[in-house]
Design a protein around this ligand. Structure first.
Ligand SMILES: Cc1ncc(COP(=O)(O)O)c(C=O)c1O
Length: 376
């Protein structure tokens, strides 16, 4: 009898170790991990540089709290905002926490409470982030949500234009809806958001918890659009498997988050920061990001060449999806697991492909062959 709550639907395989893209279960069976722990283990499992960073820092100092200056935070912040229009960072432990910080910052800065979000979005499970999430199944049973979120259809310019008025503090969205079906923001929608934010003085919060830190082939996914968000939220890939979240903001916010306004005990501790710094040393290298783009083009071509045309290939970088029409993907995911490929869904009808950013073309070939067999 388990002593755990049953809030997660568990997979059959019990994974006990991993190296690079390959993980192994308790029986010794090997799998290609095309989930990366849901877009987290970007440098693969047990990357030697991350192992070393954890070892080194844990022998020195792993936690001291934000009562004290943590030099690692400054280093990671500088790397995150370098060559962007963003200026400051705040560190926390998860994507939901990063979004809570963003919602609080936008509300306090503007003195307004109304935030526009989108159908099928996912921003996390805490009350504010859950209220921002545009999926009824995430809200069910939890009573009144945090007030003043309006959920609009995604990529619908007319709905946005008709709704944004002077009451709106911010528009909040993902560049690619990861949990909601691997749906990308269209260029037309991005242009409309940019114009509305400019014309109406509305803040833009881009949730890059899943798309950020190289996942889509650039440091941040917004860089591939006309958008210049005022606030960017991060987590997942930032710690390469160590829990790290972050929020970046433009210069205008400095005074809004003055001493005592917001905080966390664990956020940005020396161990988390040393790991994040190591991740960024790899992922923010232009050649690393170019390789992600190259792997992505290769992966997309192989999928298109090998899968029946009834399947759509969606997404960018190594946040890809296979749209399965009306078909439920759960049985495909189970079949892939039996054949040694770990996958995750994005909504009921899309298979999400999230290999480590260090995946090889040979591993992509192997995964495509398994997908070809199960999606015949
Ligand atoms: C876009 C996005 N935002 C926020 C979250 C929540 O992150 P966390 O689970 O770390 O709280 C997720 C998690 O899947 C996400 O994909």
């Amino acid at each position: 009898m388990s002593a755990l709550f049953g809030n997660y639907g568990k997979r059959r395989a019990q994974i006990v170790k991993g190296q690079g893209t390959v993980v192994e279960d308790a029986s010794g069976k090997k799998y290609l991990d095309f989930t990366s722990g849901i877009a987290v283990v970007s440098l693969g499992h047990a990357h030697p540089a991350i192992v070393k960073a954890i070892q080194e820092q844990s022998e020195k100092l792993w936690h001291i709290s934000n009562l004290f200056d943590i030099p690692g935070q400054e280093k990671v912040a500088q790397k995150l905002v370098a060559d962007t229009h963003l200026k400051y960072a705040f560190f926390c432990n998860s994507g939901a926490e990063a979004n809570e910080a963003a919602i609080k910052l936008a509300r306090k800065h503007t003195g307004k409470h109304h935030i526009i979000t989108f159908e099928k979005s996912f921003h996390g499970r805490t009350f504010g982030a859950m209220s921002a999430t545009g999926q009824g199944k995430v809200h069910n049973g939890f009573g009144p949500l945090v007030d003043k979120f309006t959920t609009l259809p995604f990529n619908d310019v007319a709905a946005l234009e008709a709704t944004v008025d002077d009451s709106v503090a911010a528009i909040m969205l993902e560049m690619i809806q990861g949990e909601g079906g691997v749906n990308s923001v269209t260029p037309e929608f991005a242009a409309a958001i940019a114009k509305i934010c400019e014309d109406k003085g509305v803040l833009l919060i881009v949730d890059e918890v899943q798309t950020g830190i190289g996942r889509t082939g650039t440091r941040y996914a917004y860089e591939q659009t006309v958008l210049q968000p005022n606030i960017v939220t991060l987590a997942k890939g930032l710690g390469g498997g160590f829990p790290v979240g972050g929020m970046l903001g433009t210069a205008e916010f400095y005074d809004t988050f003055g001493p005592g306004t917001h905080g966390t005990t664990f956020g940005g501790n020396p161990l988390a920061m040393h790991v994040a710094e190591t991740v960024l040393d790899y992922v923010f290298e232009p050649s690393f990001l170019e390789n992600v783009q190259d792997l992505s083009s290769y992966f997309v071509k192989q999928l298109q060449a090998n899968l029946p045309t009834s399947y759509t290939v969606q997404g960018q970088g190594l946040l890809l999806g296979i749209g399965c029409g009306e078909a439920e993907v759960a049985p495909y995911i189970t079949a892939a697991e039996e054949k040694g490929l770990l996958l995750v869904g994005a909504g009921p009808n899309v298979i999400r492909l999230l290999p480590p950013l260090t995946v090889t073309k040979a591993e992509i070939d192997e995964a495509v062959q398994i997908l070809k067999t199960i999606l015949r």
